[in-house]
Structures are given as C-alpha cells and as structure tokens.
Design a protein around this ligand. Structure first.
Ligand code: MN
Ligand code: MN
Length: 500
C-alpha cells in the first residue's frame, strides 16, 4: 500500500458524473454568459466556411496577429511570443503564437472545421416549372433530406466572374430580406410519400429551391419567370446565368442563433458542428496572455463534412507546409528533419462536436459512456464504427495528460462516444494529423440534433470547451509519458531545459 501523504487531495474511489451547474464557480458562471454572447455573434455571421474564415481573420487581426505571407516576403525572423496567421483560399485559417521553446520541440494544436452540412447550388441550376423559378441543388455533407423542406432558407456565397471579380451574396438574414423555400407535399395528398422510409421520402434531386414567380415583360421571351430572376440578379449583382458556372452559393437555414429554454441555458443555431469548436479554439488562442511554453496553434479547416479532401481540407499538405514556413522563419533556414520532428512531437486536440444523450432517442446510446448536456466539454478516446474501425484511438498516456491539464485548470469535462457499439460512429480530422505520429484526441462541444438545420448545444459545454482548449494550448507538458522516447532522452540530457 502506498503511504498516504499529509495534505494530499483525496481521490474518490468511484467516478461520478454530475451536472456542471451544480459545481460551477460564480466567476465561471459569469464568463459562461460572456462566452455564449460572443459565440452567438460569431455563429450568426459565420454561416459558410468563407464567412467563418473572415470572422476569424478579423478577430485575429484585431488581436495583433500578423499575416505569415507578409513576414515571408520580408524574411522576418520569428521569435517567442510572435503572433501569426495564414489564410488559405479564403476558407482555411491557421493561427499561432510562437512559444518559448523552438517549434522543433512540437506545437500544441487545436484543429476544428468551419464547413457545415447545407445545400450547394449546382453549376447550371436555374430552371422554370409550374409558374415558378427554381434553383437546383446538390447537398453537401450528411443530411436527412426531409429536414430541409418547408423552412426558410438563406442564400450565402460568391459569384466569381471570368475577369476574377468576386461578388458576395447574402440574402435572407436581414429582417427585411426575402427568404427561399423548398416545398413538401400536403398530408392530404401524401399517401404514397408517407409509405416511404425517411431516407426515401424526399430525394436529393427533389431539393430544389423556389426563388421567384413573376414573369418578365416582353412577349417573345421564353421561360419568362426564369428570365425575370436573371434580370434581378443582373440588377443586383451584375451577373448573368453563365456566372453560376463559377460560383459557390450555399442554401442554409435562415435566421440567427437563439437562446433556448425558460432558463436560457442552451443555444439553437445552424452549424454548431463545428463552429462551436472553431470558435472555442479561436477564443482560447486569443485569450492567451503570456508567451506559451510550446507554440500554440489553431487550425480551422474546410471540407471535413465531405471527407477532408481538397486543397482546403485537412488531408491536404496545408498544415505541414505552413509549419515548414514557420520553421524556416524561426531558424532562418528550412530543414526537412526539423519539420518532421515538430509534427511528430506535437500534441493535438481534434476539436469537433460530439453527440449528446437525447431522452427522445435513448436506444442509440449507452448511458455510462454517452455525453450529457451541461456535463462539460466532451472527450473521446476513440471514434470509428464497427469495432472502432477508422479511429485513431488516442493512447492512454495522452488521455492521462488531458485529464491532468483539464483537472488542474478546473475544466468541467466528460467522456463521450458517438452512439453505442454498432449503433453509430464517425470520423474527424484526427486521422489526418495522427499520421505524423503526433498525439491526437477528439474533444469538443456536445450537440443534440447534430447535422439537422437547427442544432442544440449547452452554453456551459461551449464555455468549458474554451476553458479546456486554453489550458491545453498553454500546457507545459508536465511529464514525458506522451512524448517520443527520443525526445525524452534528448531533453533528459539537456537538463537545463527540462521542466517539472
Ligand atoms: Mn464535425
Ligand atoms: Mn459533422
């Protein structure tokens, strides 16, 4: 039996989970409301990956982060405490605060994504039928198609014209704006439809959006209603039908995030997955006051909902390339091995949402291991499906480090899994980073009704994610347990640089 040390905090014998509101401090309770306000503002103005990028960028610039590309151009040397960002195609964003240690010792990384399920407008989308003009769409990410009918939709995105000029579109969010609509069949005439499964009741090609119903003037013109829409688009945006060919237009649920419940404890919004974690990561980085021990890095990527492929997805070399650029500016020269070491020695939280226990659907969860609303940020050692397949499954040593970091900082947290065994599963960007050999674990805000047009989160869980992410970014790595043995050996030899 180990001898008891006087004054040591007693560890309870059993592990109990409780509602965070029963143990949260008054100070945290105040900060929770501030965080919720900031998050709701961010979420309301970040309905696409481009908008989230722009919102993030303005927060970073206001906090003194500098454009890495500008620093590269003048070959400015990076030093501890320097704040930089790298923007990629106006969609993916990386920001970092250089640490006291060199980058080669590894980074503390939080990575989230800013794309959310939605309906993308097709390349040649506009047509007329039944006295209506409609835009044809191709859905993006995993949606239940029937959920996207019969609700107000807003249109966000850009036209890029042949001369390179870019025209931003945002219709349906201001109080006086019109909205758009996908029809559904009235129950009286839906006898056949109602016999179909939820998956078949509304088809992907059936998700066409009503955008107009007044014909143009002029007797000779064919498809007058479609033509009238083109006239209005020309008037407002200076575009023609061919400009749809090089556009990225996204239909999303219209409206701002709202507080939910008599107690206002929850937030209803479009795109909590994964803007709740993206915001929490950004907020955590922006709140760091002192130069961290290791470089603190946040990456907000695109394309997660469709497999992380593409130049702005985490499967691209964007992250590795940017770390190489940072190293080159820090050391004055680029060394391939230093990049490998920096990546392999990094620690990462793959910040993505988790699913919460829903009392309306108890059968899909296993009650001991599912996350609950208001029990704090949700940590998942593994994801995957059918026997953890496709999961990076974090090492127990790394999970222990996260426990140490969160508990020391007073973060309320819980564990979570996406559905009971063989009932669910899912993947995140954790895999894209684990391939470098770095320690990665999934952690983020729990969501009810994930991937539906309106998703629900608890304010406490958003706040505790900010708090947990900040503690992680600042961490000095108290033990060697999760680091590569070569790094541990090297540092043991250096002595002077070793921390307790
Ligand atoms: Mn996600
Ligand atoms: Mn998702």
């Amino acid at each position: 039996m180990p001898k008891k040390t006087a004054g040591a905090k007693k560890t309870p014998l059993s592990y109990n989970r409780t509602n965070g509101y029963e143990k949260i401090s008054p100070l945290d309770l105040r900060k929770l409301e501030e965080t919720a306000k900031g998050y709701m503002a961010f979420l309301g103005s970040s309905k696409t990956e481009r908008e989230a990028h722009d919102e993030g960028l303005s927060l970073l610039q206001a906090a003194g982060f500098k454009d890495l590309d500008a620093l590269i151009a003048v070959r400015e040397k990076l030093k501890p405490g320097d704040k930089v960002y790298k923007s990629w195609y106006g969609k993916t964003l990386l920001a970092a605060i250089l640490g006291r240690r060199p980058l080669e010792d590894g980074l503390q990384i939080i990575g989230g994504h800013t794309d959310s399920p939605r309906l993308d407008v097709k390349q040649n989308p506009l047509y007329e039928g039944g006295e209506l003009a409609l835009l044809d769409t191709h859905y993006y990410g995993g949606i239940k198609k029937y959920q996207w009918t019969a609700l107000p939709l807003a249109l966000h995105g850009v036209f890029v014209k042949r001369d390179g000029s870019k025209i931003a579109v945002k219709v349906g969010e201001e109080p006086g704006d019109p909205v758009f609509f996908i029809s559904d069949l009235l129950p009286h005439m839906a006898a056949d439809q109602m016999k179909k499964t939820l998956a078949e009741g509304i088809e992907g090609e059936g998700l066409d959006v009503i955008v107009g119903s007044i014909p143009c003037k002029g007797k000779k013109q064919k498809e007058k209603i479609k033509y009238r829409v083109l006239e209005l688009l020309k008037e407002k945006y200076g575009v023609s039908e061919a400009d749809f060919l090089s556009a990225e237009l996204e239909f999303v649920p219209a409206g701002m995030p709202r507080e939910v419940g008599f107690d206002r404890s929850m937030i209803l919004g479009y795109g909590h997955d994964d803007r709740a974690c993206a915001y929490a990561a950004l907020r955590a980085l922006l709140d760091i006051e002192k130069t961290p021990e290791f470089a603190a890095c946040v990456v907000l990527c695109d394309k997660e909902e469709i497999g992380s492929y593409g130049a702005t997805g985490m499967e691209s070399n964007f992250f590795e390339n940017t770390v190489s650029e940072l190293l080159a500016l820090e050391k004055g020269a680029h060394e391939g091995l230093a990049v490998r070491r920096a990546l392999a020695r990094s620690w990462m939280i793959s910040a993505d949402v988790n699913s919460l226990y829903d009392p309306l659907y108890p059968g899909v969860s296993e009650k001991k291991n599912v996350s609950y609303i208001n029990q704090g940020t949700s940590l998942s050692k593994y994801g995957g499906a059918r026997g953890k397949s496709g999961s990076s499954d974090a090492n127990a040593e790394f999970v222990a480090e996260i426990r140490r970091i969160f508990d020391k900082a007073g973060v309320l947290w819980q564990t979570g899994e996406l559905g009971k065994v063989d009932a669910g599963g899912g993947g995140t960007i954790a895999l894209c980073m684990a391939r470098y050999g770095m320690c990665v674990i999934d952690c983020g805000v729990g969501v009810i009704s994930m991937h539906s047009p309106w998703e629900l989160v608890g304010k406490l869980d958003v706040y505790m994610s900010v708090k947990g992410f900040k503690a992680f970014l600042k961490d000095e790595r108290g033990s060697f347990s999760s680091r590569s043995s070569s790094q541990a050996l090297r540092e043991a030899g250096e002595g002077g640089r070793k921390r307790k």
